[in-house]
Design a protein around this ligand. Structure first.
Ligand code: SAH
Length: 185
């Protein structure tokens, strides 16, 4: 995380606070998590240098850059085209050639590159999208805030074991913007 220039990812008026442990506005009514949560979610994936990871909710691209620092390839999906385009340009300018951005409904995942060793969802889902579970490889881990309403969300770890069985573990309480999808889980 010390390699990632967080001030480059936020609007000018948020830059003075960019190295404080607090969430910041990134425009379009969206926010970037506080660094502690970015770190905790990244750590829950158990990063390894050979891992291929999918992120849902690119936002400004900060979490994608943190993932790209410790994993091989990052595919990231954002529903708001302006955010996706700005993040792609920013990540390219900063030299993150291993991050691939597209505009789409992330509840569908990014099937062309599946399966993934890790999936990180940075918006809160009312239920865990089935498409994402389907795109998780054996031995893979998904971290996703689950819950309706800003104060009822729990960071949930979904793991698929080597036999393909899926299990869930509930962790930290969190407050994310909602995952907006037309797709029923
Ligand atoms: N990880 C981001 C912060 C994400 S904020 C960062 O580091 O900057 C949550 C993001 O999820 C917002 O940009 C929002 O537009 C996006 N989002 C919400 N629903 C989505 C969906 N169904 N598919 C893709 N992105 C979604």
């Amino acid at each position: 995380m010390a390699h990632v220039p967080r001030h480059e990812f936020v609007p000018r008026w948020e830059q003075p606070y960019s190295y404080e442990n607090r969430p910041l506005s990134i425009g379009q009514g969206q926010t970037i998590s506080q660094p502690y949560i970015v770190a905790a979610m990244t750590q829950m994936l158990r990063p390894r240098p050979d891992m291929r990871v999918l992120e849902i909710g690119t936002g400004c691209g900060y979490q994608a850059a943190v993932l790209a620092e410790c994993m091989a390839d990052v595919w990231t999906v954002e529903r708001i085209p302006e955010l996706a385009e700005a993040a792609a340009a920013r990540l390219k300018r900063l030299g993150y050639a291993n991050v691939h951005v597209k505009t789409a409904d992330g509840a569908l995942g990014w099937p062309e590159h599946a399966p993934y060793d890790g999936i990180l969802v940075t918006a809160a889902a009312s239920e865990i999208p089935v498409a994402l579970v389907d795109q998780l490889d054996q031995g893979g881990r998904m971290v996703i805030p689950v819950g309706v309403g800003r104060y009822e969300q729990v960071l949930t770890l979904v793991s698929r074991n080597e036999d393909g069985e899926v299990s869930e573990e509930r962790g930290l309480p969190v407050a994310f913007v909602p995952l907006i999808t037309a797709k029923k889980p």
